[in-house]
Design a binder for this molecule. Structure first.
Ligand code: FES
Ligand code: FE2
Length: 390
């Protein structure tokens, strides 16, 4: 954020604090429970939200060197991201051209060759098929035609994006958000640790937990509550995405500090909610990147991907201990959200509610679900209503 924007944010948050208010939407709204339970909608979301616009499939920091790779499973599309010897990060369908097994089975790894675990067909880091052991076993194929299937991808702002034809990362983000993300310098960050947890709820219920902080001091009694102001949050729409700034208790000290000395970002947690499934949270000396992905088989299950980045490499034992503690703390906080989201799933299937209420303190929920509905209706209406080809 530009300094002038942080000052504006500090003034807003202090204003809320002094008047006992916070950011509110004009009105509350409702979303039918079916939007989380309907399996047809969930299937359409796979193809519309996770195939037709840019989706982050890796962080640059996860694959900093040639030979580094990560796997990332989108619904019905296992993705492998590999940095080639030429420095280019490429995305492939993680499916062996022999019989389709995932060539890389772990979340991450490194190697100049990618060896399929089934029969050891071997690919290089550009995806080309390099070796077929017992090559005489296969007589009617041209190995040159059997490289891993490459997916259109590009690397920008510290992320590797799957970029379907007709989509454009800069256009998807819009200039103000792209500039702000560029200012974070995530491309120069270092990967500390990642984890993936399975959650028993529709993916949108899990993503919803990132879109408001009304629940902050209630659902996070054991973690964030001691640190954060109760529901003291400011939201800014950035193109088709949102920035949320949740105030720490220490924000009150700004009132006694001259504005010229303000370090507003030390007193807030800034979160970028990037449609449809990405959240980037700034915690001062580390950055938490979350991606929520639908399970390919069950509408009531999703995956919570969390990656922690640091601006400097973490090498000393002391630093490793410090960031590991922060990592565990974030996972513990995430588990509190997961408990709420999976409990909501059970509540929704009970039939007690026809719709969910998005309160005036949860403006991004209303916006997010409106946008999901718009994208799905545009897809149903046909190509003429879809995102124009660029
Ligand atoms: S499926 Fe990969 S080598 Fe057979
Ligand atoms: Fe939360």
């Amino acid at each position: 954020m530009r300094r002038s924007d942080t000052i504006t944010l500090g003034r807003r948050l202090l204003g809320y604090l002094e008047t006992g208010t916070t950011y509110v939407a004009d009105s509350s709204s409702h979303n039918p429970v079916a939007s989380y339970l309907d399996e047809e909608q969930w299937r359409t979301e796979h193809s519309v939200l996770f195939r037709e616009q840019p989706i982050v499939v890796a962080m640059t920091a996860q694959v900093p060197s040639p030979g580094d790779w990560v796997t990332f499973d989108l619904p019905n599309l296992p993705v492998l991201v590999v940095r080639g010897e030429d420095g280019v990060a490429r995305a492939f369908v993680n499916a062996c051209r022999h019989r389709g097994v995932a060539v890389c089975q772990e979340p991450s790894g490194h190697g100049r060759k990618l060896v399929c675990p089934f029969h050891a067909w071997t690919y290089d880091t550009t995806g080309a098929l390099d070796v077929i052991p017992d090559a005489e076993a296969v007589t009617d194929v041209d190995p040159a035609e059997l490289g891993l299937v490459e997916l259109p991808a590009s690397e920008a702002l510290g992320f590797v994006w799957l970029k379907p034809p007709g989509s454009d990362v800069a256009q998807h983000l819009g200039e103000p958000l792209a500039l702000e993300l560029a200012g974070l310098e995530l491309a120069d960050h270092h990967h500390f640790r990642s984890t993936i947890l399975e959650v028993e709820c529709n993916w949108k219920l899990m993503y919803d937990t990132f879109l408001e902080f009304y629940h902050g001091v209630y659902a996070h009694k054991s973690t964030l509550a001691h640190l954060m102001q109760r529901n003291l949050v400011h939201f800014d729409q950035m193109g088709e995405h949102w920035r949320m700034a949740a105030a720490k208790k220490s924000v009150a000290t700004l009132a006694d500090t001259p504005e010229s000395d303000w370090d507003v970002l030390a007193h807030v947690v800034v979160s970028y909610d990037i449609f449809p499934n990405l959240a980037v949270n700034l915690h001062g000396d580390h950055t938490a990147v979350y991606r929520i992905v639908p399970d390919p088989v069950r509408a009531d299950r999703c995956l919570w991907h969390f990656t922690m980045l640091t601006p400097e490499p973490v090498t000393s034992e002391k630093a490793i201990g410090y960031f590991a503690k922060n990592f565990d703390y974030i996972v513990a906080t995430g588990r509190e959200d997961m408990a709420m989201a999976s409990s909501t799933q059970r509540g929704l299937t009970s039939g007690a509610n026809d719709s969910l209420i998005y309160s005036r303190y949860e403006p991004v929920l209303a916006w997010f679900h409106d946008r999901v509905a718009d994208e799905l209706s545009a897809a149903v209406a046909g190509p003429a209503s879809s995102t124009p080809e660029s």
